[in-house]
Design a protein. Structure first.
Length: 418
C-alpha cells in the first residue's frame, strides 16, 4: 500500500516529551525536539524512549495508539458481539476501559493474578507480571455491523462514511479474516504485553463478545516519527517514508481527525481505521532482479531514494518513474492530495500448505474520510500498480474509532451509547 500518502515533519509533541521523562509516549500536540531524544538514567547516560518500558498516558482528547510513536509489536483483534442486550454492551465497554487504564499503566487487571479468593479464577491471567508497560496502547473501533438495524438502536447514529469498503480489482478476501463489530489494536514494544492485553479483554468479554479474527504483527512497516530511521517491509524496501508525523497537528487535523462538522458529533476527535491483510508472494519476489524491484517501487533498495534522487527524503520527481511505479501511483499528487496516517506491521503465519511462507503486510491506516483517503488511493493502486503481481489483499475491515477517554469517569463509546 501507499508509500507516499504522507509527508515529512520533525518535532514530537509536548505530551511525547513528558512520556520520555517517564510517563510514556502519547498523542501529538505542541512541537519540540526529535525522536533521538532519550530518557536519562541518572548517571549521565540515556536510553532511547522505545527501550525505556515507559507507560503511554491512556486519557486524552484522542485515543493513544494513533499518533503515538509506533511500537515494535502488534496484536490486533476483531470481535463479534454476541449479546443482544444494549446494557450488557455498555457494561462491557466500561469494563474494557477500566482494564485498559490499568494495563497501559503496567498494572494487573482487577485484583491481579493472585491474592484474590482461592476458590475463584484470578482477575488477571498473569503472563505480564513483572514486565514493564512497554509503551502499551489500546485503541478501540466500531465496525459497520454494530450499527445494523434491530441490534442496539444505533442505526441513526451510524456515520455516513462507515460503509463496507468496495471490492477492488485483485481482492481475494477471506470472510473469516474480515469485518467485525468491534476491534482492539494493542501495540507494545514487548509482544507478551500486547498479547496479554488482548487475552484479558477477550476474557472479560467472554459470553458477550467472541474473537472473530486476530493478527500478530512485528517489525513496524511505517513510523509516526519520520525523523527516525525508516523501517523496511518484508520485500526489503523502506516503507512509509513520508508518513504523517504524530506531531504535525495541521496535517492531523486535515487528514486524520474527524471534525465536528463532518458528523456525527460522537465521532468528533476520532478517526476511521482501515485494516487490510496483504499477502506477499515473497518467494517470487526474491527471484526478481534488483533493477525490476527498484522500478516497481520507484525507489532504490539501499538508501530508499526516489528515482533520480540521492537521499530517501528527497522530493520524488514522478515523471522520472514508470507510470506503474508504486511510489508514483500512491503519491498525493496522483490522488488529489489524498493522505493517511499508517501504522502497518509485517506478519508471518506459517505456510500456505504449498511450501511457501504465509507472510506479508498487515496494513493499518487512520484517516478523516475514507472516500478521500484509502478508497481513491487503493483504486489507483489496484488498477495500475506493478506490485500487484507480488501481493494480494486477503483480509479487510473498516472501523470508526471514537475520540479518547477524557478521564476516570469516561469510557470507550460513551458519547455513542448514551
Amino acid at each position: 500500500m501507499p508509500d507516499e500518502t504522507e509527508t515529512h515533519t520533525s518535532a514530537p509533541s509536548r505530551r511525547s516529551l513528558l512520556g520520555w521523562g517517564g510517563a510514556g509516549l502519547a498523542l501529538g500536540a505542541a512541537a519540540a525536539g526529535g525522536t533521538a531524544a532519550a530518557l536519562g538514567r541518572g548517571d549521565g547516560t540515556t536510553v532511547p524512549a522505545a527501550d525505556s518500558g515507559a507507560a503511554v498516558p491512556f486519557h486524552g482528547a484522542h485515543q493513544a495508539g494513533i499518533t503515538t510513536a509506533v511500537q515494535d509489536r502488534l496484536h490486533f483483534a476483531a470481535f463479534d458481539v454476541k449479546t443482544t442486550d444494549r446494557a450488557e454492551l455498555v457494561q462491557l465497554l466500561k469494563d474494557w476501559t477500566r482494564a485498559a487504564e490499568r494495563m497501559t499503566a503496567g498494572h494487573a487487571v482487577g485484583e491481579g493474578a493472585y491474592g484474590g479468593l482461592p476458590e475463584a479464577p484470578p482477575d488477571d491471567t498473569g503472563e505480564a507480571l513483572g514486565l514493564k508497560p512497554s509503551r502499551l496502547t489500546l485503541t478501540v473501533g466500531f465496525g459497520p455491523s454494530l450499527f445494523a438495524k434491530g441490534r442496539f438502536g444505533l442505526e441513526d447514529r451510524r456515520p455516513a462514511a462507515l460503509v463496507e469498503l468496495p471490492k477492488f480489482p485483485g481482492d481475494n478476501l477471506d470472510a473469516a479474516r474480515s469485518a467485525g463489530d468491534l476491534c482492539i489494536q494493542a501495540c507494545a514494544d514487548d509482544p507478551q504485553v500486547a498479547v496479554h492485553a488482548i487475552r484479558n479483554l477477550a476474557r472479560i468479554g467472554f459470553g458477550k463478545v467472541a474473537v472473530r479474527w486476530s493478527q500478530l504483527g512485528f517489525g513496524k512497516t511505517s513510523s509516526t516519527t519520520p525523523e527516525a530511521q525508516t523501517p523496511r517491509n518484508m520485500m526489503g524496501f523502506k516503507d512509509g517514508t513520508r508518513n504523517i508525523a504524530g506531531t504535525d497537528t495541521a496535517a492531523l487535523d486535515k487528514h486524520v481527525w474527524v471534525s465536528a462538522k463532518d458528523g456525527p458529533a460522537w465521532l468528533a476527535g476520532g478517526s476511521y481505521l482501515v485494516a487490510r491483510r496483504i499477502r506477499m508472494n515473497i518467494e517470487t519476489w526474491d527471484r526478481t532482479s534488483l533493477q525490476e524491484q527498484e522500478d516497481i517501487f520507484g525507489r532504490d533498495k539501499g538508501e530508499g531514494a526516489p528515482v533520480g534522487k540521492a537521499k530517501e527524503h528527497d522530493e520524488p520527481y514522478l515523471p522520472a518513474m514508470l507510470p506503474t511505479a508504486h511510489v508514483r501511483l500512491a503519491h498525493p499528487d496522483t490522488n488529489g492530495g489524498a493522505r493517511m496516517l499508517r501504522r502497518g506491521y509485517s506478519f508471518t503465519d506459517g505456510t500456505d500448505g504449498l511450501g511457501r511462507l504465509d507472510a506479508g503486510l498487515f496494513f493499518l491506516a487512520y484517516q478523516r474520510d475514507i472516500h478521500k483517503g484509502f478508497v481513491p488511493v487503493q483504486r489507483q493502486l489496484a488498477a495500475n500498480d506493478d506490485l500487484n503481481e507480488y501481493i494480494q489483499h486477503v483480509g479487510s475491515a473498516l472501523f470508526a474509532v471514537p475520540p479518547g477517554v477524557r478521564d476516570k469517569d469516561d469510557w470507550w463509546g460513551r458519547a455513542l451509547l448514551t
